[in-house]
Design a protein around this ligand. Structure first.
Ligand SMILES: Cc1ncc(COP(=O)(O)O)c(C=O)c1O
Length: 366
């Protein structure tokens, strides 16, 4: 155990009490709803944190990269879903890993499906696969209204080397919501889209065992999960200012912060040693009134009258009244986007009651 004063800055800190409360809330919510929770680990890329997230559920975890899939396999996780449309060039590596662990892959194009089928046949392996559905986000996934979507589901179902489990969708458009009401509407749409398409597939004689949905805002504020078998929120473990700005969490629930040192004090601003490589340049929910690149707090977590208006690589410029701040003083910064912050830091520190009690190295690379 050591004090925060001993940490070199900038340092990413996770408050363990908040983390545990966030994980327990989501686990309890979906246990009560009878829906499996398969948390997305991209937010922290740390197996020890994922172990807290899966308590009370046995649906495995969701990963965003093969590097995460490998590291979580080594850490003892045995059921993974790689929630990115399979990059065809990575099919052989994915199939190799599928020989060591139960790994589910994602497809939204007939060409990828065909290449995966061939690669699986060559490897002599049957691999789990899900079809990604676009529920209005417009990033990836087939559209339910496209007749080719049913044909693709049939192609996946009919392949002797693929085990077609069902559908996966993600309402990332919830990040564009302005309040809880709008999140609720998007959540309802996410459920309707996924369950509706699963019914259409079943009506065509295609078995759908998995209907997987979920983002942090929709899992936190949505009400209707009827017909959904699994959800995959991830950010909720830590939360951030974007989530708070759209009504997905309270500022007090944010478990991640960046400890920074004052390196310059001027009449109208303070300069911190936390720049874009400590905080990311994610502007967050400016549509919902969020300003700047993070909220600057004192060590007692009281907001300071400073706005983090600009970041260069290693400098953070906080405009406003410097008050009593002097070079060498430390501040806490609540980030706009936790997932990007943990991905930038080589070490993340676990803190309880102001003392550093853990350190982890998030998985790196792809
Ligand atoms: C496919 C997919 N599923 C689940 C999630 C988790 O959502 P969130 O980060 O809102 O918790 C993400 C996040 O980007 C995602 O891309």
């Amino acid at each position: 155990m050591s004090s925060l004063d001993s940490l070199p800055t900038p340092a990413a800190l996770i408050d363990l009490d908040r983390l545990e409360a966030n994980c327990a809330w989501m686990s309890r919510r979906f246990s009560e709803l009878g829906v499996a929770l398969r948390p997305h680990v991209k937010t922290h890329k740390i197996p020890a944190i994922a172990r807290l997230q899966v308590l009370g559920h046995d649906a495995g975890v969701t990963v965003s990269t093969l590097a995460e899939a490998r590291a979580f396999t080594e850490a003892g996780f045995d059921d993974l879903c790689w929630a990115l449309p399979l990059p065809p060039a990575r099919a052989d590596e994915a199939l190799d890993l599928a020989g060591q662990v139960s790994l589910c892959l994602l497809v939204d194009h007939p060409r990828t499906a065909g290449l995966l089928e061939q690669a699986a046949a060559q490897a002599g392996r049957k691999v789990r696969v899900r079809l990604e559905l676009d529920c209005g986000y417009g990033r990836t996934g087939v559209r339910a209204s496209d007749p080719g979507s049913l044909a693709l589901a049939r192609q996946l179902r009919d392949s002797p080397n693929l085990d077609f489990e069902g559908l996966l969708t993600h309402a990332g458009q919830a990040y564009g919501a302005r309040d809880i009401g709008q999140i609720g509407q998007i959540a309802a749409l996410e459920t309707r889209a996924a369950v509706g398409f699963s019914q259409a597939l079943r009506a065509s004689g295609i078995e759908v065992r998995v209907v997987s949905t979920g983002s942090t805002p929709t899992c936190r504020r949505g009400r209707d999960f009827q017909g959904v078998t699994e959800v995959r929120p991830g950010n909720y473990a830590l939360f951030d200012l974007h989530q708070a700005a759209i009504g997905s969490c309270e500022v007090d629930e944010i478990a991640l912060e960046v400890l920074a040192s004052v390196i310059g004090v001027y009449e109208d601003r303070v300069v911190l040693d936390a720049g874009a490589l400590a905080l990311s340049k994610d502007a967050g929910a400016s549509h919902a009134g969020l300003r700047g690149y993070g909220m600057v707090l004192d060590l007692q977590r009281r907001e300071l009258p400073l706005e983090l208006v600009s970041l260069s690589q290693e400098h953070g410029i906080a405009q406003g009244d410097p008050g009593d701040l002097q070079p060498g003083d430390r501040v806490r910064i609540l980030p706009n986007h936790s997932c990007l912050v943990t991905a930038l830091h080589p070490v993340v520190w676990g803190v309880r009651e102001g003392r550093v009690v853990e350190s982890w190295s998030p998985v790196r690379g792809w």
